[in-house]
Write a protein that binds this ligand. Structure first.
Ligand SMILES: [Zn+2]
Length: 466
């Protein structure tokens, strides 16, 4: 385990905070490590705010069509939990990703408003692609080369200010949490493993979010986690917040410049409309190698159909909720410091970004690698966390982790109910298993960490689930 020293944090924040509206609000972390309580003073305050990018905003790193029209809003949805040490904040954002200092800045904004440290704030993206893929260092790099922007930093600052205001407002209406409940149900005909292996065990085809290839439709789902899981918080019989977890890339179609929360976000919003007095949150699990291409041809008609299937999963999962009195709450964190794959050479990558003969994707995407390498050089870790309540564990993981990690976490704590949110700090991009590196395929080609990530992440999960 590598701890992020106070000095590193201070230096990091100084170097990155410039230009961000809420930078001055940040406090240094006050506590590190686990805190626990009997839960008798547990309180919860929900918040929601709009994060729909403005017209013209870059999508998914700036190499697909920028926002031209808004089909439906994108939101950040979260809650503050008090009564187990300093406040805890958990939040899900309808964006592609929050990477490196952008992720830290988002947590800082929430932490500062809630009066806590960033170690007690977990922020996850749902990972829609017609959305910001926010990395401040990568944006600096592409801007310097006149490349299409990936992040409007002023808009990002406005979102942080909204985050701060949303938390300050929420804190005025903290409500007691007396009970929790867990539930789960399978989602039918949405997820499929997107890595199609040939007879020699290597990846021969990628079954992405949408596919018209007949073979992609016929091949089995492969390794997925079909279960949609729910953890709900109650005051007596009143359901205050309901967190839903399901592992799958959330896109039905994209690249057309239309802002949308897409089928997973739309399913969540429909459930929210069913129950306006309960906050519904949706977290993408370890869906790095999971997408809808087995069942989705990418046609417009499929979005509401996929939405309906996820929505039915949410409803069925909630049907199984059985309240129990909260008698034990624990917050645990574990910092990990994954290493960059030594195959990446910063000078060569910078030359590639500068090469005007290359396409936008070949120049913008490598900016994310450089950002990751520079972050690693500063030894800024990724913070994993878990909120354990009675027999349930809400596990918070980074980036595009493979589904194997959430299945593994469940096996490590077989007697517990494990709900897993991934797509936290997106800095390292894909987090494949060690085995996947020898199989090849897209995901390992854009994983900034080498096969060593498996042991590092597995140990981190183990320490949280112990
Ligand atoms: Zn992805």
């Amino acid at each position: 385990m590598t701890q992020f020293s106070k000095r590193d944090r201070r230096d990091f924040v100084r170097s990155t905070a410039a230009g961000l509206a809420v930078a001055t609000l940040w406090k240094l972390p006050r506590t590190l490590g686990a805190t626990s309580s009997s839960g008798k003073d547990l309180r919860l305050a929900p918040f929601r705010f709009d994060v729909t990018p403005p017209i013209g905003h870059g999508c998914c790193g700036g190499w697909i069509t920028p926002i031209q029209v808004v089909d439906d809003p994108m939101e950040a949805v979260g809650f503050v939990l008090t009564g187990v040490g300093d406040p805890i904040v958990i939040c899900a954002v309808d964006w592609t990703g929050l990477l490196n200092e952008a992720h830290v800045a988002w947590r800082k904004a929430l932490a500062s408003a809630a009066g806590t440290s960033i170690d007690r704030v977990s922020v996850h993206c749902v990972h829609q692609h017609n959305a910001p893929f926010a990395c401040i260092e990568a944006q600096r790099l592409v801007e310097a080369h006149g490349l299409p922007p990936m992040l409007d930093v002023a808009f990002f600052g406005r979102c942080l200010a909204k985050a701060s205001n949303a938390v300050l407002d929420a804190l005025k209406s903290l409500q007691p949490v007396t009970h929790i409940a867990v539930g789960e149900a399978p989602v039918e005909k949405v997820a499929g493993n997107r890595r199609i292996l040939g007879p020699d065990g290597s990846v021969i085809s990628m079954r992405g979010s949408a596919s018209k290839d007949a073979e992609h439709r016929e091949l089995p789902e492969g390794l997925i986690d079909r279960q949609l899981k729910t953890v709900a918080f109650y005051h007596g019989e009143k359901k205050l917040a309901s967190c839903h977890y399901y592992a799958c890339h959330p896109m039905s179609y994209y690249g057309d410049g239309r802002a949308t929360a897409d089928f997973c976000g739309l399913a969540r919003r429909r459930r929210q409309e069913d129950e306006p007095d309960c906050l519904h949150l949706y977290f993408n699990g370890c869906g790095g190698n999971i997408a809808a291409g087995k069942y989705n041809d990418g046609s417009k008609e499929m979005r509401p159909i996929l939405m309906e299937r996820v929505y039915q999963g949410i409803v069925a999962s909630e049907r199984n909720l059985k309240r129990e009195r909260v008698d034990q709450v624990r917050w645990a964190i574990q910092d990990i410091l994954p290493e960059t794959d030594p195959k990446y050479d910063v000078d060569k990558i910078l030359a590639q970004i500068a090469d005007k003969n290359r396409s936008v994707v070949e120049r913008n995407r490598p900016a994310y690698v450089v950002s990751w390498i520079r972050r690693c050089a500063k030894r800024i870790p990724i913070t994993l966390s878990a909120l354990h309540i009675n027999g349930a564990s809400l596990l918070h993981l980074p980036a595009e982790a493979f589904v194997e990690y959430q299945l593994k976490a469940q096996r490590m704590a077989s007697e517990r109910f494990v709900a897993c949110a991934a797509y936290g700090d997106g800095g390292p991009w894909y987090l494949p298993t060690a085995e996947a590196f020898s199989q090849g395929g897209y995901e390992v080609s854009v994983s900034w960490c080498g096969p060593g990530i498996d042991a590092v992440l597995t140990r981190g999960i183990q320490s949280l689930m112990a």
